[in-house]
Design a protein around this ligand. Structure first.
Ligand SMILES: [Fe+2]
Length: 164
């Protein structure tokens, strides 16, 4: 145990994030289907495409550290996704559904932002410059998605949810 290094930690978190992204790839289409706002559907659709690229970027990072892409089960993302599913079931057919979907999607984004923030800092510390560039690209996409979802909630979806 004592000989574990920051390199090992980086690789472990890379696997965790790879598992999470793949879980998100499966979770996004049902959220898109359930959303009633066309703007929300399309925002989730754009992020689904981005997520496919993010998975590829992680595979590139694995290559840069001479590791094969593989995941380790990320219990956190499974829990966040399961809570989103609960909300979608509980609020199906209600005015408040889209607001709940945005909240669930933002919980996912915030989880990813913390993971990519850490991976980026560790890549910089380990002087993995190319990996850092790739991770930064994804981090910016996750932050943008979070901002887009906040704008959507605050400009229309929360108000629509408040109608009775
Ligand atoms: Fe992502």
């Amino acid at each position: 145990m004592a000989d574990k290094t920051l390199n090992d930690l980086f690789l472990h978190q890379l696997k965790d994030t790879y598992f999470a992204e793949n879980a998100i790839l499966k979770a996004l289409p049902p959220m898109m289907d359930a959303a009633t706002s066309t703007d929300l559907k399309s925002a989730l659709g754009v992020h689904l495409e981005e997520t496919r690229e993010q998975v590829k970027r992680l595979e590139e990072v694995f290559g840069l550290v001479d590791a094969k892409p593989e995941g380790v089960e990320c219990k956190a993302i499974l829990g966040i996704i399961a809570e989103g599913q609960e909300v979608m079931e509980e609020f199906a057919g209600s005015e408040a559904l889209d607001a709940g979907i945005i909240a669930a999607a933002q919980a996912v984004e915030h989880y990813e932002i913390t993971r990519y923030g850490t991976l980026l800092a560790w890549a910089e510390q380990l002087e993995l410059d190319e990996a850092a560039d790739l991770l930064k690209e994804t981090l910016i996409e996750e932050e943008n998605t979070d901002d887009i979802l906040s704008d959507l909630a605050e400009s229309s979806v929360n108000e629509d949810a408040d109608e009775d």
